[in-house]
Design a protein around this ligand. Structure first.
Ligand code: BGC
Length: 912
């Protein structure tokens, strides 16, 4: 047996943490049936003094084990050892380390410094921002005293790129990312030991607007109001002779503008190569003309150490083709829709300009089409433009402070007089001069899926690309239009997200921001970080629906409970439940309070007070047959309740409260468990007696109403069969197509399986008419669309996003049904392996790196025989169920099974 993947706070040897660490490790063994029986954790500080010894603990637990030793010190390196004993009496040892940052904010010596250069007003759109600011600080390293270690702690108002002695430090983009800055501003830690040299050294930070100042995301705080980029940094240098030196941001920092003439995280960037300042961030440069930065007493309480979750380049694409569109435009096609930017090589004459306009889809004729154009006011991304002005040299340029959502770029050229060059003047566009760089927050790829149907494989690829594109610092709706942390989207997609990539660090950060953004009355905003744009939008929604106080929506705010719960179920993360407990509780109390404001006088008050049926709600959102800008039929009360909110609000409210009761039980909080489970059962009763009519009538004749009521077991027993049958009828009457929105789609196929209609679930998956998943694939999608008919039958694209991960939630179902793997204990402590090989498929392979290790199910059908190869990781057990009724309980190891399997044998389940 060996120990692998030793992690602290779910990261390998993290540097710069400021929260109580938790530990995880994985067992690996050649043997079968290996279970951990006991473990012992020991932690030492850099002097070798022991700060914790857990002693031997008889337990199977190997993940999310909190540190319980002596108080940790700031800026200290700790080494930890874990010893494990398994059920075969074998032992194994592993060691790793972690390092703390500032545990007490008073320990910072640095002060905020801000640029004194004129910044001017900012407005949305391309070109209405100030230039990016260069911050320069030179400092001395004592000659002759070797540097033992150096750490740099940095953050900014804006987004920064870091240099030391002319070299870029790290590969990350857009640090410190996007957050609810006034309550949460991340700072990063860098190991700069090897980059320092004796004598003069220079630290350079190039800072652009980023999310902090963008008119599309601004928080409108005092600091933002000043309009000036600002930085905070502190370097701690330890010499081998035991002395220490501290270099900080202070009055010695100087500032200048450089080649980035303006930048906006939505609209794009303009770069003038003639304004470059060669060597500005290295020793020997004359910065005597630079403007000294101003010291500011900006808050420090919001600083949070961020050891991981950095935005990086994940893949590069060379053009698939470069072509002249029917209208004469020059277009580069990278073949894949993504979030990122384009690296450009150019040698245009001095003063001439190349402009790249990024877009997602061609129109019917094959010309440039801007999908964002009609978004009207939300976000400021309509331009998605990058321009480069040449200094007459051969150069490679990649935007510094923006990212765009695109598959294509339209390329335009302007001469030094600003005249667009067209026709025969058109410069030669060489494919090799363009490289698309896809960006995402760094996360480990831990899941894969592959099967015999290439369309499903393309669908899976589209899902993965929408996930990459919408996980840049925070989970977003789309990477080109709003780039906003819409809670509802994350809530419906979270399971799939967790089953594709290791998103623990990413979502932990976002949930901290969610807690920071929770309103006094418990409201969890519809968008986190809750920026000015969405505060204004929520206020408008509130006014239109006569709601007092901050508004949110069922299914959006509910991500507060759903996301941590999914993290717990899939990875076993109890710590996230503890950390978010108060936020979840406050959210449930808000729902319970909102339910008490009765919205419908005809219903008996003693029941109705448990129905959440007041306030503003989005309803199911983007139901294909009724969607009008996303909303569905509105009731007489106007925006207050779209028709589908009649059921989405009470059902999602019930789900949050009953899930929270389960969470209280997991954490042994008995009193809360009793209280919230009692309310949940009253909510269920209210749904059954008020929402469902006296003769079993559904609250509305929508597919989603049947799906949600059945899936969450809210249909009284006597009506279940009728509901299940009716659901299949509605689907048939709809031409065999789905008609569900955001809030019901994640449960649609599962509901059909649960009610004995697996065949129909597969029919929906294989459907190629719109609305369906494969319609998108067959119409050229390389990411998941916001709406099912984003490109219509005739090839006309709509003004909607081509890159929303939400409906990609079907992958979770594909992993369980086709892939055949599901967890039935938190963190895959026990799992069920039960592939359902539909007749349209001859093979499939699903692999997933659980917290315990790799699980895999690889099946192939030849003739009437099915062969299933399975891998079960150590420290877990599995129930294997095959279509011929075979059932086996197995421990870790590799197994191969064969059984008879006809095309229909998977459909002979009980039908209700
Ligand atoms: C976003 C969605 C979001 C919705 C709210 C849209 O503009 O793109 O994905 O959830 O608004 O209903």
């Amino acid at each position: 047996m060996e120990l692998r993947r030793l992690r602290v706070l779910h990261m390998e040897n993290p540097m710069g943490i400021d929260t109580n660490p938790y530990f995880s490790w994985m067992l690996e063994s050649e043997r079968q049936n290996v279970m951990q029986e006991a473990y012992r954790l020991r932690v030492k500080n850099s002097q070798g003094n022991r700060v914790w010894d857990s002693g031997w603990i008889e337990s199977h637990e190997n993940t999310f084990i909190p540190y319980q030793g002596k108080g940790l010190e700031s800026r200290e390196t700790y080494h930890w050892t874990v010893e494990v004993r398994d059920n075969h009496k074998e032992t194994a040892v592993g060691t790793a380390c972690f390092e703390t940052a500032f545990l007490d904010k008073d320990e910072w010596n640095a002060v905020w410094v801000e640029s004194a250069l004129p910044a001017g007003e900012r407005t949305a759109g391309f070109g209405n921002q100030p230039p990016a600011t260069m911050f320069r600080r030179d400092f001395h390293v004592k000659a002759g005293c070797d540097v033992e270690s150096a750490r740099l702690y940095v953050t900014a108002h804006g987004i920064y790129r870091l240099y030391l002695n002319g070299e870029r430090v790290g590969k990350e983009e857009f640090a410190p990312g996007y957050s609810s800055y006034d309550k949460y501003l991340g700072y990063q830690t860098y190991d700069t030991t090897d980059a320092l040299k004796d004598g003069e050294n220079v630290l350079g930070l190039y800072v652009g607007d980023g999310w902090y100042f963008s008119p599309g995301t601004t928080m409108n705080k005092e600091e933002t109001a000043s309009g000036h980029h600002a930085v905070l940094f502190e370097m701690r240098i330890r010499y081998k002779d035991g002395s220490e030196e501290i270099v900080t941001s202070n009055e010695h920092v100087t500032t200048a503008y450089g080649p980035v003439r303006f930048s906006d995280i939505f609209a794009g960037e303009s770069y003038d190569s003639r304004e470059e300042r060669e060597g500005w961030n290295a020793p020997g440069y004359d910065a005597s003309e630079w403007e000294p930065a101003k010291c500011r007493s900006y808050p420090m309480e919001n600083l949070v150490a961020e050891p991981g979750g950095r935005i990086v380049a994940i893949k590069e694409f060379t053009p698939k083709s470069v072509f002249k569109a029917p209208n004469g435009d020059c277009i580069v096609d990278f073949g894949q829709n993504m979030a990122g930017k384009v690296r450009l090589r150019t040698a245009l004459p001095a003063g001439s300009k190349i402009v790249l306009e990024h877009f997602e889809v061609l129109d019917k004729e094959g010309n440039y089409f801007n999908t964002i154009f009609a978004a009207g006011g939300v976000g400021t991304g309509a331009d998605q433009k990058v321009e480069y002005i040449s200094a007459g040299q051969d150069k490679v340029y990649e935007p510094f402070f923006t990212f765009l959502g695109f598959r294509y770029v339209r390329v335009r050229f302007y001469d030094a007089n600003g005249q667009e060059q067209k026709g025969t003047d058109f410069p030669d566009v060489k494919p090799n001069d363009f490289t698309a760089v896809a960006l995402s927050t760094e996360k480990e790829d831990i899941g894969s899926f592959e099967c015999s149907d290439s369309r499903l494989n393309q669908l899976y690829s589209n899902i993965r690309w929408s996930q990459y594109s919408n996980m840049i610092s925070v989970p977003t709706d789309c990477p080109q239009r709003e780039k906003a942390g819409w809670t509802g989207d994350a809530g419906i997609y979270i399971e799939t997200a967790l089953l594709n990539e290791d998103v623990t660090v990413f979502f932990t950060r976002w949930l901290k921001n969610m807690a920071a953004d929770q309103q006094e009355n418990g409201v969890v905003p519809m968008v986190v970080p809750y920026n000015e744009t969405y505060r204004a939008m929520a206020a408008m929604m509130g006014q239109m629906s006569n709601c007092i106080g901050p508004v949110t929506s069922a299914g959006w705010g509910d991500a507060a409970v759903k996301v941590p719960w999914a993290m717990y179920r899939i990875t076993g993360n109890r710590e996230i439940l503890r950390e978010q407990y108060e936020m979840m509780k406050k959210w449930c109390d808000y729902i319970i309070g909102a339910a008490q404001e009765c919205g419908c006088r005809e219903l008996p008050r003693e029941k109705e007070q448990y129905l959440w049926n007041t306030g503003f709600h989005y309803g199911e959102w983007v139901i294909p047959s009724t969607s009008l800008n996303g909303f569905d039929d509105q009731e007489a009360t106007g925006m207050a309740m779209v028709l589908t909110a009649r059921y989405t609000a009470p059902i999602y409210g019930y789900c949050s409260v009953s899930t929270f009761a389960d969470i209280a039980r997991v954490l042994c909080r008995e009193k809360d468990y009793r209280y919230y489970s009692d309310i949940a059962s009253k909510m269920k009763d209210a749904i059954q007696s008020c929402l469902i009519g006296p003769h079993g009538e559904a609250p509305a004749e929508y597919m989603g109403a049947y799906v949600l009521l059945l899936y969450f077991d809210l249909v009284p027993e006597k009506y279940k069969a009728q509901y299940a049958k009716h659901l299949t009828e509605i689907i048939r009457n709809n031409g065999g197509c789905l008609d569900t929105g955001f809030l019901a789609t994640p449960y649609l196929l599962d509901t059909l399986v649960m009610t004995g209609h697996t065949d129909m679930a597969y029919d929906l998956l294989f459907q190629t008419k719109a609305p369906s998943w494969l319609y998108e694939v067959e119409h050229g999608a390389t990411t998941i669309w916001e709406t099912w008919n984003a490109v219509d039958e005739t090839g006309n694209p709509q003004h909607v996003s081509m890159n929303h991960y939400s409906f990609g939630c079907v992958a979770d179902w594909m992993f369980r049904s086709i892939g055949g793997i599901r967890a039935d204990k938190p963190g895959f402590g026990h799992m069920v392996i039960e592939p359902k090989p539909d007749g349209r498929l001859t093979r499939a392979k699903r692999e997933y790196l659980t917290e315990q290790g790799l699980v895999s199910c690889d099946w192939e059908r030849t003739g009437g025989e099915l062969q299933v190869k399975i891998t079960v990781p150590c420290n877990t057990t599995a129930t294997v169920m095959l279509p011929d009724g075979t059932r086996r309980e197995v421990g870790s190891g590799n197994y191969t099974y064969r059984c008879q399997c006809t095309d229909t044998s998977i459909y002979t389940e009980r039908q209700i």
